[in-house]
Design a protein around this ligand. Structure first.
Ligand code: TXA
Ligand code: MG
Length: 344
């Protein structure tokens, strides 16, 4: 298939009309959001939805998020909106918060993987908003990467994964947040974060006025966000994540580097404060320790860069599991596939 690449600096009226036309006629369009790029299909066209799963190689039991640009669209897809949801919408939409609602009957089981709930978000990225407005129909969109790969945070990442497989890729440069939206379920007794993101637990608790739980991600057999059970966000080379005391992490990584076999390409991802301390040829800068939002915006690009370097092994310095750092650590643990060394 011929993929049209549409480069957009600042959208002018009409630029996105062809993209909206492709979606309306059942085609697939990759588009930027403030979190990561999404692979869009209209929510009410089952063949188009099935193509999304096929193109990504995504397991059918991992449901999709529906994207809307206006609150008027919410009533088409959800059957009720709780007062708690209303408060969160008021405060965080448009923005990187996905909420789980009871679904309306017309939402296809292909979208929800047979669950009785549906995930919805209203992105704040101007290109996403304009595309959704012109399309006029809610758009289902998982991240626009091949399943299991790091999510795409710039146009080049999407082109690498999906060129020749979908009708259009809209390239509007890097995504500001760089990790996927916070997914919050209000379906149970207590609000629970199914996937941490740049909207933090503390921010949600402030608005809701009560504690918010965080899914451990260890519910492998009965995961709450079905996507959590798969190995995710992973580059080709095995990843080892080091968590604990920052000083000891540097020592432990250097100890392993000293044991390196000749010719083996080990890539270290370290914080700005520590990159000078690693005794290695390849050391990449995650960003400053106290600025997890910068690390979040770099992380997927760095993981993909490790593939370009043909790394044999990747050693990553963990950061504090707090605030936006929780989202970063969550993705790194998944990239490591459980290969986490605690050095506290
Ligand atoms: O930032 C984002 O959310 C990006 C952009 C493109 O909007 N999208 C994204 O989609 O990350 P995806 O498909 O890669 O991740 C969707 C997550 C998965 O973990 C999935 O299991 C969960 O949302 N999810 C979707 N519907 C759900 C539901 N009804 N109940 C629980 N979890 C759900
Ligand atoms: Mg994804």
């Amino acid at each position: 298939m011929e993929t049209t690449i549409l480069k957009i600096k600042r959208n002018k009226p009409g630029d996105l009309l062809p993209a909206a036309g492709i979606l309306q006629s059942g085609g697939l369009v990759a588009f930027p959001t403030e979190t990561v790029y999404g692979l869009g299909a209209i929510y009410n066209d089952e063949p188009a939805l099935l193509k999304v799963f096929a193109v990504k190689g995504r397991p059918a039991d991992n449901p999709l998020i529906l994207h809307i640009y206006h609150l008027d669209q919410l009533g088409q897809i959800v059957s009720s909106i709780s007062p708690a949801a209303e408060r969160l919408i008021q405060r965080f939409w448009p923005g990187p918060l996905t909420l789980i609602f009871p679904k309306k009957a017309n939402v296809s089981p292909v979208v929800t993987a047979n669950l009785n709930s549906v995930a919805v978000r209203m992105p704040s990225h101007p290109v996403a908003q304009e595309l959704l407005r012109l399309t006029g129909i809610p758009v289902a969109a998982p991240s626009a990467n091949l399943s299991g790969k790091p999510s795409p945070t710039n146009g080049e990442h999407v082109i690498n994964d999906l060129l020749g497989k979908i009708e259009m890729i809209i390239d509007a440069g890097p995504c500001p947040a760089g990790v996927e939206s916070t997914v919050l379920s209000l379906m149970g007794e207590e609000p629970i974060i199914l996937r941490p993101g740049t909207i933090t637990r503390e921010e949600l608790e402030t608005v809701l006025g009560k504690p918010v739980l965080l899914a451990s991600g260890k519910e492998v057999d009965r995961p709450q966000a079905p996507g959590m059970k798969y190995r995710h966000y992973a580059p080709e080379a095995p990843v080892t994540l080091f968590e604990g005391d920052p000083g000891k992490i540097v020592l432990e990584i250097n100890r392993r580097l000293a044991e390196k076999v000749d010719g083996q390409k080990i890539v270290v991802l370290g914080t700005t404060e520590n990159i000078g301390k690693y005794d290695n040829e390849w050391v990449l800068d995650l960003g400053p320790q106290g600025r997890p939002e910068i690390i979040a915006s770099n992380i997927y690009d760095l993981l993909r860069f490790c593939d370009r370097l043909n790394a044999d092994s990747i050693l990553i310095e963990g950061i504090t599991d707090q605030g936006i750092g929780t989202a970063v650590i969550n993705r790194l643990r998944k990239a490591a596939g459980g290969n986490v060394i605690n050095v506290s």
